[in-house]
Ligand binder design. Structure first.
Ligand code: FAD
Length: 113
């Protein structure tokens, strides 16, 4: 049996907390009522803040993700209402899409989507 200093309840955010604790040498156990892997409703995008968080976990992670063919650069999010009205939220308001590197990344659309 292994010992842990901290018990984290709930994955997603909890997994990030566990990784940061491990980097500090603090043992944790992560429990979740769901079985993994599981599907979840998601836009499949990582904002600039999330990419920054990945860098804090392991500096090479964003570059490794960007190198995959299944991801595309992303500059922001667009929410579309059923009536077609939409709201654009850039990850960084000062970014120019044409010239600046993307602060975020997202999944490439699957064939036929
Ligand atoms: C429609 C939608 C689209 C999204 N798209 C994106 C996106 O594209 N990119 C992005 O970065 N974020 C996206 N998000 C946000 C992202 O999903 C959340 O920020 C993230 O899931 C929050 O993580 P969390 O761990 O706080 O909560 P959750 O993901 O809700 O995880 C909570 C966990 O706790 C577990 N749990 C609950 N109660 C118990 C219990 N009593 N005992 C044990 N386990 C328990 C649950 O099973 C669950 O796994 C989206 C959210 C929504 C709703």
């Amino acid at each position: 049996m292994q010992r842990a200093d901290i018990c984290i309840v709930g994955a997603a955010g909890g997994a990030t907390a566990a990784l940061h604790l491990a980097k500090k040498g603090i043992r944790s156990v992560l429990v979740d009522k769901a079985s993994f892997p599981r599907d979840k409703i998601c836009g499949d995008a990582l904002s600039g803040k999330v990419v920054g968080e990945l860098k804090r976990i392991a500096p090479e992670l964003p570059r490794q993700l960007e190198a995959k063919q299944s991801v595309l650069p992303s500059w922001g999010i667009r929410f579309v209402a059923p009536n077609g009205r939409n709201l654009r939220i850039p990850f960084r308001p000062d970014y120019k899409v044409a010239t600046d590197p993307a602060p975020g990344i997202r999944s490439a659309p699957k064939a036929g989507f």
